[in-house]
Each structure stands twice: as structure tokens, then as C-alpha cells.
Design a protein around this ligand. Structure first.
Ligand SMILES: [Zn+2]
Length: 552
């Protein structure tokens, strides 16, 4: 799962983390499971390998990620999956990495010609997802949510002159914009299109304290960790951008001083997604930045299990998961390795386990599998969904032959599986198929209960969606109002993108096995259906399947 911000370990170092179960104790039993292609054990074995300290957190392009790739290829070969990359199982991907040299950087608010320094790390951080200009100084203007959503006739830039200025936004969206639309227009690519048209030079993001996944201290902790981008001109989405800054909510009043408005006022409106005012701020922002740029290489892995139908086998149902995680970072409780057991050792392990399950049941397979299954283990997800962006733009099978993407990212089998959250539930007939499969296994489903977290655009399925491929992503969810909710909340606060997302955490093996069973049944449903999946008529994302309609 990609964080909204540059990540960030746990600065709860001083908080006692509850006593952890050992890996042996952790999994609960798998009794009473049916039907059973999975026992949870083989899945857990893969997770344990991928999240071992020896793999050093599988950072994109790292030694640890290469080890994970070698392991995955071995498992795929054992399962009889066929290489479908551009170089065997590999599809090489080139990246550029950017690392901030903070000691040579500065941020100053300038009011009445008087500079007020912002402390980097404490007050604000300079982002490197865009390539910052070495020096920039420009007036600040507050533009509310900073969104332009033509479908809703919504425009935070109407009547506001932002040319040559740095805009300040409150992250989030107004209630009048539905979740999927809001998520779409908050992606970097969409935002910068609007900013470029409006002539803005940079962006200062104020975090909505009500929707912070992780505390500021953790956001700031790994800011020196390099960010990455695809190293191909076609993917340069932030051309013209000179500066991107994120401000600690605790320091945000400094930005508003002298403007006649306060951050407190904005927070009060923003927490209920009310309309926000627009106004010039009484300050300019001056930034000096230095960035070290490097070239990095990694790869996606692509394999297939061919279908049985002479015609339909040329169509592919994608099962995707990201194999990378965030690597080695600032220590928390003395641990520097961000193992990424759930994020996304869990999803990668599922892909390997799934391949093996098809081999174990070949007779059923021959009868049941008409379309081919394409197994895609992408790189660079944590760097901004980069591996999947590359794959979706340059698939190693014909683009039109991809009928669906079932993405698995951090599905969190940390409680018994009774309820699944399904992102994309109402967007395509995949939703109906999930409904059917889940019902047959006694599992309830719900749409995204927290649309403000933008989860639908925060993992790899989004790149398939942008290329017109109906997609769905499911995760284990707590039943509303149950004590399980706290378990998920604690997991996000304490383990998400922290070294404690490792194999010494409680995991429910029966839930993992049941989840795998659902994914398997869904894949078969799609692979065997007479029709390929289709977007629902009223889905926002349908437009990408009909390129002529984009921009209308
Ligand atoms: Zn993640």
C-alpha cells in the first residue's frame, strides 16, 4: 500500500508496543475450512521468506528485492507457470531516484520583507516526488482543497489568480464530490495538469489532522529516504512543478498569520468536508533545495498459467501484487528493517500460493480454466505505483487481451474473515462476481467504508483502471462496531510502514486461507465467464475504457 506521503516509520518508539506473539504462535488454526485449496501454511511460509530480515525490506532496485524476485521465480517455475515477461519472467523497469540533501536546503516564510525560517522535519518537509527547482520564491495563495472537478462543475481555481504563485491546499475534498472522483483528481498527475494550466509554480499541502493515517513524527522520520520516478519521458507528469512541501498540522498556523484567517478555522470546516474559502496569504515562500539524483534498475515479474480454450486463452485475467516494500530506514525500537510482511509480503505470497494451487489441481484446471491467468508481481509500488504504471502502459501481452485485474495489496488477515471491503465494488460487474463468490463462502462484503483515505487510487489496480481494465481489490475488514475495529486501527498506527510489520505479528491463517479461496474462485469466475468483465454504465472510471470520451 502506498502512503499518501513520503513514508515514515513509527515514532512511537517510546510507546510500548504490546507484547508480540512469535511467528509460531501467531497463526490460528485452519479447522473447519471448506472448500480448501489452501491451508494458510504455505502462504505463511512464503511471507516468512519475503519478510525475513535477510531481504532487507525489499526496497525497489535493492539486493533484497532481487532476492525476493529470485525466490518468486523459483516458486513460479515449480508451479509450472510460464515466463511472460520481456526477458524470461522479468520485465526490466528503469527508475530515477531523488534524495534530498537537507543540510543544503531551507524554507522561509517572507512577510513584509522579513524572513521566518521553517524548520525542516519539524515544521515542514520538502517533497522529491517532483524534481524541486534549486531556488524558488513566490507568493502563497490558499485555494481550499485545490481541486478542479469538471464533472461536478467544481473549481477551486475559479476567479483566483495563482499564476507565478505557490498554492496552499488543505488535503481532502468537499462532501459534494464523490469518493472515486475526489481520489482521481487528487492524484499527482491530475493535480499537476490543473496547476500547470493555472500557471502555479508549486504546492504546499496542509494535512487534514482528521484523516492522518500516521502521526507527523513518523511522516517526517524517513524524509531523507530517496523517492523514485520512472525514468522515461512519457511518464513525466509533473513537468513545470518547482516545489512541493508538506506542512506539519501543528505548525500550519504560521502559514496563515496575517491573512485574516486561521488554520483552526480551515480544520473545523474541512473535518466535515465543508466548502473552504480562497484567499491570498500574507507571505511568500522561499525555498532552496539540493537533491542527489541516481539511476536505479528493477523489474516486474510476469508469468502465466495458460487457459484451456483455444480462443479465450488469448485473453488474460491479471492477478497482481507488489513485491517491493520500503527497505531500510530510520530505526524504531532499534529495528531498521521495514520488513513489509503484510505490505505486501502477504499479497506476493498469495500470488505464489495461487500458482501452486493451480498445479495441485490440474484436472479441475483443465475443465475449468478457459482464459489464461497472468501473474504480475510489480516493483516500485511504494514509490508511487511505478512498476504497475510501466506494466499497464507496456504490457507484455497485447493490451486489449487483459480482461480484468484482481489486485492484492495488504489484505490484512489479522481477524477471522467474515467481512470483506471491496474497492471498485460498484464500478464494474466484477462487483457482482465478488458478491456471488463471497456469498457462497458465507462472507459479507462492503464498499470502501473510508473513501477519504483514497484507497482506490493508492495501489496498483489504479494503473490498470487508467488503461480501461476493470479492477477490484479486496481486504479483510472488521465488522462495524466490533472490537476488531480497534485491532485494525492499532495496526495502521503502529505497524503500517513501520519495522513492526514483520513476521512476529499475530496473523489469522484461516482468514488468509479463506481469502485465498475467494480470490481463486473469483479468478475462475472471470476466466470462465462467457463475457469479459465490463464497467458499469455510471462508473466514473468507465471513461478510460473508451478513450474517445476522455475530456468530454
Ligand atoms: Zn505500503
Amino acid at each position: 500500500m502506498k502512503s499518501k506521503l513520503r513514508i515514515s516509520p513509527l515514532a512511537w518508539a517510546l510507546l510500548a508496543v504490546c507484547p508480540l506473539l512469535s511467528a509460531q504462535q501467531a497463526p490460528s488454526g485452519t479447522e473447519g475450512l471448506s472448500p480448501s485449496h489452501f491451508d494458510g501454511q504455505s502462504w505463511w511460509k512464503h511471507v516468512k521468506f519475503l519478510a525475513d530480515d535477510k531481504l532487507e525490506g525489499r526496497d525497489t532496485g535493492s539486493r533484497g528485492e532481487r532476492k525476493a524476485q529470485k525466490y518468486a521465480i523459483k516458486q513460479l517455475k515449480n508451479a509450472g507457470a510460464e515466463p511472460t515477461g520481456s526477458n524470461g519472467f522479468y520485465q526490466p523497469v528503469k527508475f530515477v531516484s531523488r534524495q534530498i540533501v537537507e543540510k543544503h536546503c531551507s524554507l522561509e516564510l517572507i512577510r513584509d520583507a522579513k524572513p521566518q525560517a521553517l524548520t525542516l522535519g519539524e515544521d515542514a518537509i520538502i517533497g522529491t516526488r517532483i524534481m524541486p527547482a534549486p531556488e524558488v520564491e513566490a507568493p502563497l495563495v490558499f485555494v481550499g482543497y485545490g481541486l478542479k472537478v469538471p464533472e461536478k462543475n467544481y473549481d477551486d481555481f475559479a476567479g483566483v489568480d495563482v499564476r507565478g504563485k505557490i498554492i496552499v491546499i488543505f488535503s481532502g475534498s468537499p462532501a459534494e464530490i464523490p469518493g472515486a472522483l475526489a481520489s482521481h483528481y487528487q492524484t499527482a498527475a491530475e493535480r499537476w495538469k490543473v496547476l500547470r494550466d493555472a500557471g502555479a509554480l508549486g504546492i504546499v499541502s496542509l494535512i487534514n489532522p482528521a484523516s492522518m493515517d500516521i502521526p507527523w513524527s513518523r511522516i517526517a522520520l524517513n524524509r531523507a529516504h530517496p523517492t523514485m520516478d520512472l525514468d522515461y519521458p512519457e511518464f513525466n507528469e509533473t513537468e513545470g512543478a518547482k516545489l512541493a512541501v508538506t506542512v506539519n498540522p501543528a505548525s500550519a498556523e504560521k502559514i496563515f498569520a496575517g491573512s485574516g484567517h486561521t488554520f483552526e478555522e480551515i480544520v473545523a470546516l474541512g473535518k466535515d468536508r465543508k466548502p473552504l474559502p480562497h484567499f491570498p496569504l500574507a507571505a511568500s515562500l522561499a525555498a532552496k533545495t539540493e537533491v542527489i539524483v541516481n539511476k536505479i534498475e528493477s523489474a516486474n515479474l510476469v508469468a502465466q498459467i495458460p487457459g484451456s480454450d483455444p480462443v479465450l486463452k488469448n485473453e488474460y485475467v491479471v492477478l497482481s501484487a507488489h513485491l517491493d516494500h520500503i527497505g531500510i530506514g530510520q530505526p524504531i525500537n532499534g529495528d531498521r528493517i521495514y520488513n513489509g510482511a503484510m505490505d505486501n509480503g502477504s499479497g506476493s505470497a498469495l500470488v505464489l500460493d495461487m500458482a501452486a494451487s493451480f498445479k495441485k489441481n490440474p484436472e479441475k484446471l483443465r475443465r475449468a480454466f478457459r482464459r489464461s491467468i497472468l501473474l504480475v508481481l510489480v516493483t516500485g509500488e511504494e514509490k508511487g505505483l511505478l512498476g504497475s504504471k510501466y506494466f499497464a502502459a507496456h504490457p507484455t501481452v497485447p493490451p486489449q487481451s487483459i480482461v480484468a485485474d484482481v489486485n492484492v495489496d495488504m489484505f490484512l488477515p489479522i481477524v477471522p474473515l467474515k467481512l470483506l471491503t471491496v474497492l471498485g465494488l460498484d464500478d464494474s460487474d466484477l462487483g457482482e462476481r465478488v458478491r456471488e463468490v463471497a456469498r457462497s463462502m458465507g462472507v459479507k462484503i462492503q464498499p470502501d467504508p473510508e473513501p477519504l483515505r483514497n484507497l482506490f487510487v493508492r495501489s496498483d489496480q489504479y494503473n490498470f483502471i487508467r488503461h480501461g481494465v476493470p479492477s477490484v481489490v479486496m481486504s479483510v475488514a472488521p465488522e462495524p462496531g466490533s472490537p476488531e475495529q480497534q485491532i485494525f486501527k492499532d495496526w495502521l498506527t503502529q505497524r503500517y510502514h513501520a519495522p513492526s510489520d514483520d513476521v512476529d505479528q499475530p496473523v489469522d491463517l484461516a482468514a488468509a486461507a479463506k481469502y485465498e479461496e475467494i480470490v481463486r474462485a473469483l479468478l475462475l469466475n472471470i476466466a470462465n465467464g462467457e463475457q469479459r468483465p465490463e464497467w458499469n454504465r455510471d462508473s466514473f472510471f468507465r471513461r478510460y475504457a473508451e478513450p474517445a470520451k476522455i475530456g468530454q
